[in-house]
Design a protein around this ligand. Structure first.
Ligand code: ZN
Ligand code: ZN
Length: 183
Protein backbone atom coordinates (compact mmCIF):
# COMPACT_ATOMS: atom_id res chain seq x y z
CA UNK A 1 0.00 0.00 0.00
CA UNK A 2 1.34 3.45 -0.92
CA UNK A 3 1.73 6.25 1.60
CA UNK A 4 -1.31 8.09 0.31
CA UNK A 5 -3.49 5.00 -0.02
CA UNK A 6 -5.64 6.15 2.89
CA UNK A 7 -6.24 9.44 1.17
CA UNK A 8 -7.46 7.61 -1.92
CA UNK A 9 -10.00 5.59 0.04
CA UNK A 10 -12.28 8.55 0.65
CA UNK A 11 -15.75 8.93 -0.74
CA UNK A 12 -16.36 12.61 -1.51
CA UNK A 13 -19.81 14.16 -1.47
CA UNK A 14 -19.46 17.52 -3.19
CA UNK A 15 -22.46 19.80 -2.99
CA UNK A 16 -23.00 22.62 -5.46
CA UNK A 17 -24.87 25.86 -4.90
CA UNK A 18 -26.91 26.62 -1.79
CA UNK A 19 -27.36 22.97 -0.98
CA UNK A 20 -29.08 21.70 2.16
CA UNK A 21 -25.76 20.60 3.59
CA UNK A 22 -27.12 20.00 7.09
CA UNK A 23 -28.98 17.05 5.50
CA UNK A 24 -25.66 15.65 4.38
CA UNK A 25 -24.29 15.21 7.90
CA UNK A 26 -26.99 12.65 8.73
CA UNK A 27 -26.53 10.92 5.37
CA UNK A 28 -22.76 10.69 5.85
CA UNK A 29 -23.04 8.00 8.51
CA UNK A 30 -25.34 5.87 6.36
CA UNK A 31 -22.93 5.97 3.45
CA UNK A 32 -20.04 4.94 5.72
CA UNK A 33 -22.13 2.06 7.11
CA UNK A 34 -23.01 0.84 3.62
CA UNK A 35 -19.59 1.04 1.96
CA UNK A 36 -17.08 1.06 4.86
CA UNK A 37 -15.05 4.00 3.59
CA UNK A 38 -14.53 7.44 5.14
CA UNK A 39 -16.89 10.03 3.71
CA UNK A 40 -15.98 13.68 3.28
CA UNK A 41 -18.39 16.48 2.52
CA UNK A 42 -17.12 19.36 0.40
CA UNK A 43 -18.59 22.45 -1.18
CA UNK A 44 -18.06 23.52 -4.78
CA UNK A 45 -18.68 26.85 -6.41
CA UNK A 46 -18.28 25.56 -9.96
CA UNK A 47 -20.13 27.55 -12.59
CA UNK A 48 -22.86 25.30 -14.00
CA UNK A 49 -24.07 27.68 -16.72
CA UNK A 50 -22.24 25.70 -19.45
CA UNK A 51 -24.41 22.69 -18.68
CA UNK A 52 -27.74 24.49 -18.97
CA UNK A 53 -29.90 23.53 -21.91
CA UNK A 54 -32.23 26.48 -22.62
CA UNK A 55 -34.60 24.38 -24.75
CA UNK A 56 -35.21 21.86 -21.99
CA UNK A 57 -34.62 24.34 -19.17
CA UNK A 58 -32.65 21.65 -17.41
CA UNK A 59 -29.01 20.77 -16.91
CA UNK A 60 -27.25 18.15 -19.02
CA UNK A 61 -26.48 15.18 -16.77
CA UNK A 62 -24.09 13.50 -19.20
CA UNK A 63 -21.92 16.58 -19.62
CA UNK A 64 -22.01 17.31 -15.90
CA UNK A 65 -20.92 13.75 -15.11
CA UNK A 66 -18.05 13.99 -17.60
CA UNK A 67 -16.96 17.34 -16.17
CA UNK A 68 -17.02 16.10 -12.58
CA UNK A 69 -15.15 12.94 -13.53
CA UNK A 70 -12.39 14.99 -15.16
CA UNK A 71 -11.97 16.91 -11.87
CA UNK A 72 -12.05 13.89 -9.59
CA UNK A 73 -9.07 11.99 -11.00
CA UNK A 74 -7.02 10.46 -8.21
CA UNK A 75 -8.09 12.61 -5.29
CA UNK A 76 -10.67 10.18 -4.01
CA UNK A 77 -11.97 6.65 -4.38
CA UNK A 78 -15.43 7.88 -5.41
CA UNK A 79 -16.95 11.30 -5.92
CA UNK A 80 -20.65 12.10 -5.93
CA UNK A 81 -21.68 15.58 -7.08
CA UNK A 82 -24.85 16.86 -5.45
CA UNK A 83 -26.95 19.42 -7.28
CA UNK A 84 -30.07 21.49 -6.65
CA UNK A 85 -30.79 21.95 -10.36
CA UNK A 86 -33.00 19.71 -12.51
CA UNK A 87 -30.95 17.17 -14.47
CA UNK A 88 -31.76 15.37 -17.72
CA UNK A 89 -30.16 12.98 -20.18
CA UNK A 90 -31.30 12.99 -23.82
CA UNK A 91 -33.38 9.78 -23.58
CA UNK A 92 -35.14 10.69 -20.31
CA UNK A 93 -37.39 13.51 -19.11
CA UNK A 94 -35.32 13.81 -15.94
CA UNK A 95 -32.95 11.84 -13.76
CA UNK A 96 -32.56 11.60 -9.98
CA UNK A 97 -28.94 10.73 -10.58
CA UNK A 98 -26.53 8.72 -12.67
CA UNK A 99 -23.07 7.26 -12.26
CA UNK A 100 -20.21 5.76 -14.21
CA UNK A 101 -20.48 1.98 -13.90
CA UNK A 102 -17.33 0.74 -12.12
CA UNK A 103 -16.09 4.31 -12.39
CA UNK A 104 -15.27 6.88 -9.77
CA UNK A 105 -17.97 9.47 -10.28
CA UNK A 106 -21.70 9.97 -9.94
CA UNK A 107 -24.16 12.85 -9.82
CA UNK A 108 -27.37 13.30 -7.83
CA UNK A 109 -30.03 16.01 -7.94
CA UNK A 110 -32.27 16.92 -5.05
CA UNK A 111 -34.62 18.83 -7.39
CA UNK A 112 -37.19 16.06 -7.98
CA UNK A 113 -36.89 14.65 -4.47
CA UNK A 114 -38.77 17.48 -2.79
CA UNK A 115 -42.44 17.00 -1.95
CA UNK A 116 -43.07 20.58 -3.08
CA UNK A 117 -42.16 19.51 -6.62
CA UNK A 118 -45.35 17.41 -6.59
CA UNK A 119 -47.62 19.97 -4.93
CA UNK A 120 -47.25 18.42 -1.47
CA UNK A 121 -46.15 19.81 1.87
CA UNK A 122 -42.40 20.04 2.48
CA UNK A 123 -41.07 17.13 4.51
CA UNK A 124 -37.42 17.38 5.41
CA UNK A 125 -37.24 13.89 6.93
CA UNK A 126 -38.59 12.35 3.75
CA UNK A 127 -36.28 14.50 1.64
CA UNK A 128 -33.24 13.24 3.56
CA UNK A 129 -34.46 9.64 3.21
CA UNK A 130 -34.82 10.01 -0.55
CA UNK A 131 -31.52 11.78 -0.98
CA UNK A 132 -29.59 9.14 0.97
CA UNK A 133 -31.17 6.34 -1.10
CA UNK A 134 -30.22 8.01 -4.39
CA UNK A 135 -26.65 8.64 -3.17
CA UNK A 136 -26.22 5.04 -1.98
CA UNK A 137 -27.76 3.79 -5.24
CA UNK A 138 -25.41 5.79 -7.47
CA UNK A 139 -22.39 4.78 -5.38
CA UNK A 140 -23.48 1.17 -5.88
CA UNK A 141 -23.12 1.62 -9.65
CA UNK A 142 -19.62 3.06 -9.23
CA UNK A 143 -18.72 -0.04 -7.20
CA UNK A 144 -20.01 -2.23 -10.03
CA UNK A 145 -23.57 -3.08 -8.99
CA UNK A 146 -26.27 -3.18 -11.65
CA UNK A 147 -30.01 -2.73 -11.08
CA UNK A 148 -31.54 -5.28 -8.72
CA UNK A 149 -35.05 -6.76 -8.86
CA UNK A 150 -35.32 -7.40 -5.12
CA UNK A 151 -38.27 -5.12 -4.17
CA UNK A 152 -36.69 -3.36 -1.19
CA UNK A 153 -33.11 -3.23 -2.43
CA UNK A 154 -31.62 0.25 -2.78
CA UNK A 155 -30.23 -0.87 -6.18
CA UNK A 156 -33.72 -1.29 -7.59
CA UNK A 157 -34.26 1.21 -10.39
CA UNK A 158 -36.57 4.17 -9.64
CA UNK A 159 -38.52 6.07 -12.26
CA UNK A 160 -40.79 7.99 -9.92
CA UNK A 161 -40.21 9.38 -6.46
CA UNK A 162 -42.75 6.86 -5.14
CA UNK A 163 -40.40 4.08 -6.31
CA UNK A 164 -37.69 5.56 -4.13
CA UNK A 165 -40.06 5.63 -1.15
CA UNK A 166 -40.83 1.94 -1.56
CA UNK A 167 -37.28 0.71 -1.30
CA UNK A 168 -34.94 0.66 1.67
CA UNK A 169 -31.70 2.61 2.02
CA UNK A 170 -29.64 -0.57 2.14
CA UNK A 171 -28.34 -3.20 -0.24
CA UNK A 172 -30.16 -6.55 -0.31
CA UNK A 173 -28.13 -9.63 0.78
CA UNK A 174 -27.24 -10.51 -2.83
CA UNK A 175 -25.94 -7.02 -3.67
CA UNK A 176 -24.22 -6.88 -0.28
CA UNK A 177 -22.39 -10.13 -1.00
CA UNK A 178 -21.36 -8.84 -4.40
CA UNK A 179 -20.00 -5.61 -2.90
CA UNK A 180 -18.09 -7.52 -0.20
CA UNK A 181 -16.39 -9.58 -2.88
CA UNK A 182 -15.34 -6.40 -4.72
CA UNK A 183 -14.35 -4.03 -1.88
ZN1 ZN B 1 -29.42 3.08 -11.24
ZN1 ZN C 1 -30.05 -5.97 -4.50
Amino acid sequence: MGSNSLEKQKILLIHHGHFEHHCLETIRGDVIREYSHPVLIQESHADLSNFYNPTRRQYDGNELLKFLDSLSQNNSLKTIGLFRVDLFIPILTYIFGQALYKGRTGIVSIYRLRNEQYGMKADEGLLIERLRKVIIHELGHTFGLIHCYFPSCVMRSSTYVEDIDQKKQTLCPTCRAEIESML
